[in-house]
Design a protein around this ligand. Structure first.
Ligand code: 6GU
Length: 236
């Protein structure tokens, strides 16, 4: 999968490529992340990317020309991507939205800043995306969040089994995890996990997921579609 990002803070966004699972995915050629500096697509001496809003009012607006110039360059070099704009007005990012995006072979993320971007840039945009109902100072963190969550759905980046067990995958929160030692300062690992009985372990985990989801996220629990494992877990 190819992911492009255009931003006025390329050094900030760049760190998404340098750590953990995503760095590995980049190294293994599963994802190609390329970050572009919008200022490189200005033509004036001071590389200005914003201007006063027509009609007046507070704040600045990102100028359209650098974006138009960027798209001309980008489409010429890489062909037409699926273009996302990060904005608090966008469609809320969820696991299922991320999964849809992971099925695209090429996405480009435009990071908004200031009060907004000149509306005419929207002619290049396929979809607007928000990461939640709060306002950030810019679209760089959201772009990094999009890259992170989408990467996990790109085949080969994390084990498929791991993605399926994650919180939210089937509208359930994850079960608790334990590793060695068996006991620490009187706190023990649940007996069932060391029993070696895989079916019992599976039932216990599902039951814990169900319990945690009812308690912490009743809204999610109401969306969860019950299957045979749930039924068995609930009567176990
Ligand atoms: Cl995508 N951008 C900004 N600036 N703020 C946000 C957001 C995006 N999503 C939530 N808040």
């Amino acid at each position: 999968m190819r992911v492009g990002v255009v931003t006025i803070f390329p050094d900030f966004v760049k760190v998404i490529k340098d750590y953990g699972v995503i760095a590995q995915a980049v190294e293994n050629g599963l994802i190609d992340i390329e970050i572009f500096n919008l200022r490189d697509f200005t033509t004036d001496k001071h590389k200005v990317v914003d201007d006063y809003p027509y009609g007046g009012g507070p704040g600045m607006v990102m100028k359209p020309e650098p974006f138009f110039r960027f798209f001309e360059f980008y489409n010429q070099k890489y062909g037409k991507p699926y273009v996302l704009l990060t904005t608090p007005q966008g469609k809320r990012l969820t696991n299922s939205f991320a999964q849809e995006l992971a099925s695209k072979e090429h996405i480009l993320i435009i990071c908004g800043r200031y009060e907004g971007i000149d509306e005419r840039v929207s002619h290049f945009v396929d979809e607007e995306v928000s990461i939640g109902d709060y306002v950030l100072t810019g679209g760089e963190l959201p772009a990094m969040v999009v890259i992170d969550v989408v990467s996990r759905f790109v085949s080969g980046v994390v084990e498929e089994e791991s993605v399926k067990n994650d919180s939210f995958y089937n509208d359930l929160l994850d079960h608790p995890h334990y590793t060695r030692p068996r006991e620490i300062e009187g706190f023990k690992v649940p007996e069932v996990l060391v029993s070696g009985n895989h079916e019992e372990v599976e039932l216990w985990r599902r039951k814990e997921s169900l319990k945690k989801t009812i308690l912490k996220r009743p809204d999610l629990f109401m969306k969860h579609a019950f299957d045979d494992l749930d039924k068995k877990a609930l009567i176990s």
